[in-house]
Design a protein around this ligand. Structure first.
Ligand SMILES: [Mn+2]
Length: 478
């Protein structure tokens, strides 16, 4: 469950009246305001050869140049905004700084006049010492050794990109870029802006979509990506264990979330993979509950859907635990149905199966749904399938909801979540169990296996922590 907020509205600056006083004030503000957002400090990245190989794979699939732009760092006006690169751009370059551009020429393009032309170009901004005073050093096309650092044989000034794209229109009849994603209310602003820019620079050219080709690559994880994901998952296992230990009635949801975020950050996570969900009692039935304001009560069940990001890659793990350390019989009944559904899906998980919700024979979702719908009843004697209101899983990666095609067969190298859930509002009873798995040649590797799912084991961890708390409190009294 849960998605990172990806919609970043470009806010228009207000037009101010041009009075002298306002001008002076604006001048002063300009002197003190940081020129752009901070960039996210990622702990690690893959070797340049990995990004190079991805670009080469794309170049082999196209008959026209690919033109992509990274984020500008002006996607948001919020003071808390921290720059992180547009995911596809990052996937192909490993470059996490503002105002960069990328042109990849088709592999088979080289006519006589283009034979010696570079096959791919990274465009970087010029040196800006004034900006660097505020935000630190940024890479520039003029830096010595920039080719070796970026893994591009050709790095040019961003200012030249427009003319370069213009001149491509003399040789090619089309350009590939990422066309706006129609399903998302007409597309993300960045994608629309890039298309607008291309239509301005090269009005005659036919634009083609490269999204599907990049998505196909992104679905299969490299060893480096799997290592980053495992690191994010390990940190997330730690934070969920800590949440089990501190959980008790009287805490607020935000206190539990804060502790989990602390565990991630102290372990080297540069950001959360998504806004933490800690939903107690009635809030356990809201999938993306984000208020975190409830004081957790005795008898509440608590859904924790919290995941760390590490070096750009996000874990996505949920556990559901009893606030007071002991499931009620009804909570346990529903919990065990969700666990049974997850285990049924895991037992069938291997390449060739899929996450399709349409319910084909190869659908793991159908297996989990059938399990839920054939076990237990609601208060009215009805089957529980109607309370399983989301899909079984999704790809994870640079985005916690990484691109993927749910009705296509799973392949080795994909990393997906397995997360059945039951949400019965009438009973203030929501249960989700979510784990992350790597699809292998013969089945799967359980990447989050070290975090207990067995309810008795969860109760034991909570009881041990409660006993320790009581002991410490008694010591304090003496
Ligand atoms: Mn999820």
């Amino acid at each position: 469950m849960h998605s990172r907020a990806r919609w970043r509205p470009v806010r228009r600056r207000r037009e101010f009246a041009a009075s002298a006083i306002v001008s002076i004030l604006l001048g002063l503000i300009a002197c003190f305001a940081a020129p752009s957002a901070r960039a996210q400090e990622r702990r690690d990245r893959e070797p340049n050869s990995v990004y190079l190989e991805r670009r080469a794979k794309l170049a082999a699939q196209v008959d026209c140049p690919i033109v992509l732009l990274g984020f500008t760092g002006r996607e948001e006006s919020s003071q808390t905004y921290i720059f992180e690169q547009e995911e596809n751009f990052y996937y192909l370059t490993g470059h996490n700084e503002e105002d960069a551009g990328l042109v990849i020429l088709p592999e088979k393009s080289s006519g006589s006049d283009t034979a010696h032309a570079p096959h791919e170009i990274l465009y970087l901004p010029g040196k800006n010492p004034r900006k660097e005073k505020w935000n630190g050093v940024r890479m520039s096309h003029a830096d010595p050794g920039i080719e070796a650092r970026t893994g591009f044989a050709t790095v040019k000034p961003f200012a030249e990109m427009r003319a370069a794209v213009e001149s491509l229109t003399k040789t090619y009849s089309c350009i590939y870029t990422i066309l706006p994603y129609e399903k998302e209310l007409g597309g993300y602003p960045h994608e629309k802006e890039v298309v607008d820019w291309l239509q301005q620079v090269a009005p005659q050219i036919k634009l083609k979509d490269i999204r599907a080709q990049i998505t196909a690559l992104r679905q299969i994880k490299s060893p480096g990506e799997i290592a980053f994901l495992q690191r994010a998952i390990d940190l997330t296992v730690d934070s969920h264990l800590e949440a089990m230990r501190i959980m008790r009635p009287g805490l607020h949801e935000y206190e539990v979330a804060a502790k989990m975020v602390e565990v991630h950050a102290m372990g080297g996570s540069e950001a959360e993979g998504y806004a933490p969900v800690v939903g107690a009692g009635p809030n356990s039935t809201t999938l993306h509950y984000d208020k975190l304001s409830r004081k957790i009560e005795d008898g509440d069940i608590v859904v924790l859907d919290v995941g760390a990001q590490y070096s750009g890659y996000s874990a996505d793990i949920s556990r559901t635990i009893p606030a007071n350390g002991k499931f009620t019989p009804r909570q346990l009944e529903i919990y065990n149905i969700v666990l049974g559904a997850q285990n049924a899906a895991l037992a069938a998980l291997k390449p060739g199966m899929d996450l399709c919700q349409k319910g084909s024979k190869s659908s793991l979702h159908k297996i989990s749904y059938d399990y839920i719908n054939s076990h237990g009843k609601d208060l009215h004697g009805k089957s529980l399938g109607q309370y399983y209101i989301h899909g079984l899983g999704h790809n994870i990666g640079l985005n916690v909801h990484d691109p993927g095609e749910y009705c296509k067969p799973l392949q080795p190298g994909m990393v997906v979540t397995m997360e059945p859930g039951i949400y019965i509002s009438e009973e203030n009873l929501g249960v989700r169990i979510e784990d992350d798995v790597l699809v292998t040649d013969t089945g799967y590797k359980f990447l989050s296996e070290s975090l207990p799912r067995d309810p008795a084991e969860i109760e034991k961890i909570m009881a041990q922590a409660a006993a320790q708390r009581a002991k410490a409190a008694k010591k304090g009294d003496d």
